[in-house]
Design a protein around this ligand. Structure first.
Ligand code: AIR
Length: 196
């Protein structure tokens, strides 16, 4: 009976975790190896409309088995949540934040202002200015509060995840090995291309 209670309690906690990680109606896929560990990387985005791009960061982290969480937090629409998330990130065991936003993209900078863990910014492609606005708003931080800014859109989303993995790999030899294997496989794929 006690064991049964414990199992249902565990299930409740896990489904709560999943609910917190889910964005809108779509639940981000978390790999089996990382599903029940506390997240090392947070993938934060300014709007649910960024998810189509940022799912590529999520997929890359999953591919490497990195425990992570994905959430929508807006520097402008939910400013107190942004400040609370940034302020508590380190004490909750997060080691890196990936922050994506478009237009007046202040999310990465605001999160970085509240934490000393590395913040990687991903500028979203915008309708009005094709992402140039997002890029400049993310990259042009004042000295003292750094944001490592990646490329606009999907390449930036993938590279933010790979950069986060490279940072984590400094002190994790098995992860470093995986990263070397990834690069090797990527190179092999290109070497094998035959054009006719
Ligand atoms: N955004 C949301 N809050 C602050 C900013 N800068 C960004 C989102 C998204 C864009 O505004 O990151 O890229 C448009 O959001 P929406 O919700 O109108 O689609």
């Amino acid at each position: 009976m006690a064991a049964k209670n414990q199992t249902s309690k565990k299930n409740a906690v896990n489904s709560k975790r999943h609910a917190r990680a889910s964005i809108g109606s779509e639940r981000p896929r978390v790999s089996a190896s990382s599903a029940h560990k506390s997240p090392l990387v947070a993938v934060i985005m300014g709007s649910q409309s960024d998810w189509d791009t940022m799912r590529h960061a999520q997929q890359t982290l999953t591919q490497f088995g990195i425990a992570h969480e994905c959430r929508v937090i807006s520097a402008h629409r939910t400013p107190s949540l942004a400040s609370e998330f940034g302020s508590t990130a380190e004490s909750r065991g997060l080691e890196i934040i990936i922050a994506a936003a478009g237009g007046a993209a202040h999310l990465a900078g605001v999160l970085a202002a509240h934490t000393t863990i590395p913040v990687l910014g991903v500028p979203m492609r915008s309708e009005a200015l094709n992402g140039i606005d997002s890029l400049l708003a993310t990259v042009q931080m004042p000295a003292g509060i750094p944001v490592g800014t990646l490329a606009i859109g999907k390449p930036g989303a993938i590279n933010a995840a790979l950069f986060a993995i490279a940072i984590l790999a400094i002190a994790r030899p098995p992860l470093r090995k995986k990263l070397h294997e990834f690069r090797r496989a990527q190179e092999q794929k290109i070497r094998a291309i035959e054009l006719n």
